[in-house]
Ligand binder design. Structure first.
Ligand code: HEM
Length: 407
């Protein structure tokens, strides 16, 4: 991982210290947080010059929160500071202002706490089944054999599709994700076509035989009108694709970091074993401590001064979630796992403002279900000896987590 900060050398851009840290590189486990922590403490802001457009890094909690709230002038025309090119279309992410509000109004009800609660029974049942599959073996690659499969099954259920389709859907989504992070672009493009064709068939089936639009999201998307117009087939497919891209890799990654922590910290694991009802609070502290979406990107639409930064139209902003969630000014002793810490629900792991994560209640439910069902069946486990754990850069994830337990 290349790293060096201009804070100490006096190198500046528009008066702001320059950072050369490459956050897209892979590193040893928790390497990115160490760099983010160091840069946040070295200077309030940095200009990072590792990309042709460069980006302005907001790092402190209060600044990052304010950045999320400036949605009128800082828009998602740039979604990631590390990759500011438009990329594949995403909905509702790519919309801003009134258009965004109108589409969120259509989809929000399916992700509200009450709607997500309808998936609770399935989340626990499916999780228990998958844990029972690995339990007799005494070991598994937690990422490949569990953490990838579980959210995929629930995602299909969310769209009202058969969970059993996970069998062929999973290899496609893995190939597609691989393409975003250095894998074979041709294979990724082919996988994307297959996924879109799969969604297309599912949506057409629902057009032919609609279900209750109050409970079935695809039927609702078909039936909904925005300014009197139906949502096009293409946009419905983009919404399905967005939910897949936004929901699968994130949930899987969160599980990897959580279970690494629990395997390494027997005391924290004991808290969950002794009282599984603390699972939702534990999830919250885990995603504060290990925010895998370390940044959200934005593009500045109007010149302005932001706490001493001179910004011009077209500037790329890095809203540093990974720095804010571990900012000791907001969360004292940020490296400690403290269930029920003060102000915990103000963490920014799901973003803030109008683009705040649509799937956050679902993610919370899924993660809490795993804490409960896994520890009920496999309370004690360890990381296989001699394994060097790593994390992918960009949006953090662990490629592998080999766990062992006694059977
Ligand atoms: C631990 C798991 C998750 C994390 C950490 C996470 C994180 C985030 C963050 C930080 C954003 C804001 C991005 C921005 O402001 O530019 C976001 C947006 C979004 N997330 Fe999640 N997410 C998770 C799970 C999910 C799931 C399970 C789904 C759906 C099935 C989902 C769907 C979305 C969508 C659609 C958006 C865009 C919302 C909009 O622009 O209006 N996420 N997520």
């Amino acid at each position: 991982m290349t790293t060096s900060t201009g804070s100490g050398t006096g190198e500046t851009r528009r008066g702001c210290p320059v950072s050369h840290t490459e956050y897209g590189d892979d590193s040893g486990l928790l390497g990115h947080y160490a760099l983010l922590d160091a840069e946040r403490e070295a200077a309030r802001f940095h200009f990072n010059d590792t990309r042709p457009r460069g980006f302005w890094m907001l790092q402190r909690y209060e600044d990052v929160l304010e950045g999320f709230q400036k949605h009128r002038t800082w828009t998602t025309r740039v979604r990631s500071a590390l990759n500011p090119a438009p990329g594949v279309p995403l909905l509702p992410q790519d919309l801003n202002g009134e258009d965004h509000v109108k589409l969120r109004r259509v989809v929000n009800p399916f992700f509200a706490p009450a709607a997500v609660k309808r998936m609770e029974e399935l989340a626990h049942r499916r999780c228990a089944e998958l844990v029972e599959e690995v339990r007799p073996k005494g070991s598994c690659d937690f990422v490949a054999e569990f953490a990838i499969r579980y959210p995929t099954d629930l995602f299909l259920a969310l769209l009202g599709l058969p969970v059993s389709d996970g069998e062929f859907f999973l290899p496609w989504s893995e190939t597609l994700f691989g393409g975003f992070f250095g894998g074979d672009p041709a294979a990724a493009a082919e996988a994307r076509e297959k996924i879109l064709a799969y969604f297309d068939t599912a949506v057409n089936e629902r057009r032919a035989a609609p279900r209750d639009p109050a409970e079935d999201m695809v039927s609702r998307l078909i039936e909904a009108r925005i300014d009197g117009e139906p949502i096009s087939q293409e946009d419905i497919l983009t919404i399905c694709m967005t939910l897949m891209l936004a929901g699968l890799d994130t949930t899987r990654s969160a599980l990897g970091f959580m279970f690494t922590h629990l395997a390494r910290h027997g005391d924290d694991r004991r808290l969950i074993i002794d009282d599984p009802s603390i699972a939702p609070k534990a999830v919250e502290e885990f995603i504060r401590m290990y925010p895998l979406v370390i940044q959200a990107g934005r593009e500045v639409q109007e010149a302005e001064h932001f706490h001493g930064l001179d910004l011009v139209r077209g500037d790329v902003m890095w809203l540093g979630i990974g720095s804010a969630n571990r900012d000791p000014r907001k969360f004292p002793d940020p490296d400690r796992f403290v269930i029920g810490r003060k102000g915990l629900n103000q963490h920014l792991a799901f973003g803030a403002g109008p683009h705040r994560c649509l799937g956050m209640h679902l993610a919370r439910l899924e993660l809490a279900a795993v804490l409960k069902e896994w520890h009920e069946r496999i309370p004690h486990y360890r990381i296989a000896e001699g394994v060097e754990l790593t994390e992918r850069g960009g949006q953090l994830t662990m490629p592998t987590l080999p766990l062992e337990w006694d059977v």
